[in-house]
Write a protein that binds this ligand. Sequence first.
Ligand code: ATR
Length: 280
Amino acid sequence: MIKLYGVIGDPIVQSMSPVMQSQEFEKLDIEAHYHPFHILGKDLHDAVKGMKAIGVEGFNVTSPHKTTIMPFLDYIDPLAKVIGAVNTVVRINDEFHGYNTDGIGYIKALQADWKEDFKNEKALIIGAGGAAKAIFYTLLSKGMKNIDIGNRSVDKAKQLIDDCPYEGNSNAISLKEAEENLEQYQLIIQTTSIGMYPNLSESPLSLENIQQDAFVSDIIYNPFETALLKEAKERGAKTQNGLGMFVYQGALAFEKWTGQTPDANRMSEIVMKHLGGKLC
Ligand code: ATR
């Protein structure tokens, strides 16, 4: 029987998950259908119950449901619980189990594009929202120690650090402080929406003081190159956009559903092909 999978969100038309996941089901000869479901917040509980009743095997969760779905699931993985967000649901023994593959997806992309072992490097995370939290907590859970958080509202960065159950050596700083002390970081991770289409010229901070061999990562992939990444490149740094994180979070979800490892390069190519026509 054809197995059912999908992604839920509001809005959902923009999601690249259906083309990316459907391609891998087909290439790996798995009989499955992956559907985008537009679910409003008020219908979320009914939607989860409905998906369980009709036999959905697994689904991705995107904005704005990543946190609000948690009470409606039967089990939450410890890392997802700490992050406070679920992006992947797997049916196990007729229960829905929630995971968060965003942070680990980010790490896999970093390993693919930068280096395998970056535990001892010093990092700056720009932003203190949901994406920053997933990345920050996952990096600390994997043993990285020196990660500062620079944010417009320093209080929010401080809260993120104070709430973190993993051991680390982190400071909450303003964007101005981050800008002035940028030379101490080997890794800079941009997690805000600043620079996202259509605000192409916006950047959270100047990279004037960046180390030349720093690695600058921006989780945005529309545009493929934000103003921040453009400046980083011009200053000689290596860069990475958010496509890798998106692909790997999806690849990890696919593995949890099927036990098979999809082809990350092929997934990346199909997303690029589809976004190509729509990008600015
Ligand atoms: P997400 O869950 O997608 O990470 P979010 O929770 O809305 O998004 O968080 C957005 C982050 O971007 C926050 O760190 C926010 O800074 P504040 O905590 O000060 O609000 C940051 N951000 C968004 N727009 C910004 C702007 N124009 N200038 C500076 N920071 C901005």
